[in-house]
Ligand binder design. Structure first.
Ligand SMILES: NC(=O)c1ccc[n+]([C@@H]2O[C@H](COP(=O)([O-])OP(=O)(O)OC[C@H]3O[C@@H](n4cnc5c(N)ncnc54)[C@H](OP(=O)(O)O)[C@@H]3O)[C@@H](O)[C@H]2O)c1
Length: 275
């Protein structure tokens, strides 16, 4: 599949933080050929800087960028998606695959604005994609077929892992894995701060905290064991870990994290309707 993508024409509309992360990865890995990629941004100065950096055509003209494209990756903010689709609708057909990473924007909204029977995939990646460790949830619109899902899966596997979910769960994916890195950075920062409190130099403390979080996550991913079992294995009777766990329970860490994801999930459903 990755070889097939190299022959496809890609238009990335809205090459900001996330669009930029994805496009940089595609170019670095040769997933798409730079000569067949066009990117857009809103501001002309940004277009010139990006074109120089990435070595692809960058413009502020979405319609021109989409002309002849096989795949359109929508990386603009949710509130801008409708206007951008209006601009490009005349260039889209059932042969153009539209992939949107916009939070809160349903596939049927994109289909309605795109017109016709344009295949649409909605995706929700996260920023660790920048280091190839991303997590993306994807779901197909009603005109998308298995081959479209396969293309999207290849594009997001290039920056980490991908899971196909029902569209009704996309806001939950947003609240958990797309907002999640921010929650995890706060936990990591707190652990590092704790290390400083008990006498470690800050750089050592941050390394210990980050590698510990990465290690624990890797064990869950590699063994598939339940986190509670893994926690029990670290917790010696009458040892030090159980004392730490008691503090976490008293501070309501679990319920606080659950509430954070629930709030972020609800908020994810609101973004489209704000101007
Ligand atoms: N950041 C995340 O962690 C994350 C995770 C998952 C999904 N998302 C989704 O990704 C999308 C982009 O988020 P972001 O954080 O990457 O935002 P961002 O950095 O602000 O990027 C948005 C980009 O869109 C461009 N833009 C604005 N209006 C445009 C228009 N009419 N035509 C073409 N380009 C236009 C901007 O151009 P200028 O640079 O010239 O202003 C900017 O480059 C959002 O829909 C968000 O829901 C983000």
């Amino acid at each position: 599949m990755s070889q097939k993508l190299a022959g496809k024409r890609l238009a990335v509309l809205g090459t900001g933080k996330l669009g930029g992360i994805l496009l940089r990865a595609y170019l670095k890995q040769g997933l798409f050929d730079a000569a067949r990629v066009t990117a857009t941004v809103k501001h002309a100065e940004k277009a010139a800087t990006l074109a120089k950096e990435l070595g692809v055509a960058v413009t502020t003209d979405n319609r021109k960028a989409v002309h002849g494209a096989d795949i359109v990756l929508l990386g603009v903010k949710p509130q801008v998606v409708g206007d951008v689709l209006k601009e490009i609708a005349s260039e889209l057909s059932e042969k153009t695959l539209v992939i949107s990473v916009a939070a809160s924007v349903p596939t049927n909204y994109i289909q309605q604005h795109a017109g016709g029977k344009v295949p649409v995939i909605r995706a929700m990646p996260n920023t660790p994609s920048a280091v190839g460790c991303g997590m993306t949830g994807i779901c197909p619109g009603s005109h998308a077929a298995a081959q479209h899902l396969e293309i999207a899966q290849t594009m997001f596997d290039a920056v980490g892992r991908t899971v196909v979910v029902d569209e009704k769960n996309m806001d939950a994916v947003t609240g958990l894995s797309a907002s999640g890195p921010a929650f995890v950075y706060i936990i990591l920062e707190s652990l590092a701060e704790a290390g400083v409190k008990v006498g470690l130099p800050r750089d050592v403390s941050t390394l210990l905290a980050a590698q510990t979080m990465k290690g624990a996550a890797s064990v869950v991913l590699e063994t598939g064991d339940h986190p509670a079992l893994l926690k029990d294995a670290v917790t010696t009777p009458a040892g030090c870990t159980i004392d730490g766990i008691l503090e976490l329970e008293e501070g309501k860490l679990r319920v606080t994290l659950i509430k954070a994801v629930v709030k972020a999930t609800h908020r994810a459903g609101e973004l489209l309707f704000e101007k």
